[in-house]
Design a protein around this ligand. Structure first.
Ligand code: SAM
Length: 311
């Protein structure tokens, strides 16, 4: 049986050709397209844009100590699991939400006599991180990440935990680099052109939050509320806009920002504060309107900017 060998000093075309050859060798489907039309599953995307090259999986898996394993979070065609078994590298568990992709990988695995336990149909949001030592992410940044990072810190309190990340949309590494509980430990040049030319290896630390961005990342999903105070043009008064952290994304571009997702509204992180919320206020919160606390009463403002007093 042919065993994978990494390429050195190869052109992009040679790497793509080798990836296609190994997909065929592992009996993986030629087309990445799937019937499920959910946008987060990338139903129509081209494989070179979406999949990590076998060359890069090889670098990551070779970096892992024998006896430890890797969990590929959103695994696509599950290339890492096939490569690990072929080249006798540390175990790679592939978690993939698309039933079709997992079914295709399982059919190929069965035919090759590989172990099906490495191919898991599931949602990253629900994984039991304790089964795994290290994690690979080539995935767009979204609030899904915050609970995952919280869980990885839990893992790191029990054993050394590493997170390997390839940039997907240009906003992941800038955010992760800012978190004090992720320590950049190494990097690997990616074999194919990517948003960022390196896959970064972070050690997950259990240290306490040192910045507001750290703190909000670790508090996401725990029922915390924020407020943003500003001068309202229509109401002609200062108002506190109250919103739950769990309706927000967190970003780090030139500065740290919080984005209230239902309105796609971004605010500087240093302009928001933690906010105690009464039962009345909690009952008024909704995604389709901003809850504004004015001088003497409350208001709701809809997405078209219409403001209604709440009595
Ligand atoms: C950019 S691809 C990366 C695939 C693979 N890790 C690689 O690098 O070749 C992301 C994959 O994540 C899957 N995905 C999206 N949301 C997911 C979720 N919540 N849980 C598990 N997989 C998910 C998509 O279907 C897609 O196959």
């Amino acid at each position: 049986m042919e065993v994978f060998k990494p390429l050195f000093n190869s052109s992009i075309d040679e790497i793509i050709e080798a990836d296609r050859k190994w997909d065929a060798f592992f009996l993986l489907p030629k087309s990445f397209q799937i019937q499920d039309s959910r946008a987060e599953l990338y139903p129509d995307i081209e494989r070179e844009a979406l999949l990590t090259s076998y060359q890069d999986y090889y670098k990551i898996l070779s970096d892992i100590d024998p006896g430890e394993n890797l969990c590929d979070l959103g695994a696509g065609l599950c290339r890492g699991s096939f490569l690990a078994q072929n080249a006798n590298l540390p175990d790679c568990y592939s978690i993939e939400l698309s039933q079709e992709r997992i079914d295709q990988a399982k059919a190929a695995s069965l035919e090759l006599g590989y172990d099906e336990k490495f191919l898991i149909h599931g949602d990253i949001a629900n994984i039991d991180v304790e089964r795994f030592h290290h994690f690979y992410l080539y995935f767009p940044k979204s609030p899904l990440l915050f609970e995952l990072l919280q869980k990885l810190r839990g893992n790191a309190s029990k054993r050394k935990t590493y997170l390997y990340v390839t940039e997907s949309h240009g906003d992941m590494l800038s955010y992760l680099n800012e978190l004090s509980f992720l320590e950049r430990e190494a990097s690997f040049i990616t074999s194919l052109p990517r948003h960022h030319e390196e896959t970064i290896k972070y050690r997950v630390l259990t240290s306490q939050a040192r910045s507001l961005l750290d703190e909000l990342t670790l508090l996401w999903g725990t029922g915390v509320f924020l407020s943003f105070t500003y001068e309202h043009l229509i109401l002609k008064q200062e108002v506190d806009w109250i919103f739950p952290l769990s309706s927000c994304d967190l970003h780090m571009h030139d500065k740290a920002e919080v984005e209230f997702l239902p309105f796609k509204r971004k605010m500087n992180l240093d302009a928001v504060s933690f906010c105690e919320v009464s039962n009345f206020e909690r009952n008024q919160l909704r995604d389709e309107a901003k809850l504004l606390r004015g001088k003497d009463c409350y208001y709701l403002e809809d997405k078209s900017g219409r403001v209604f007093e709440i009595s």
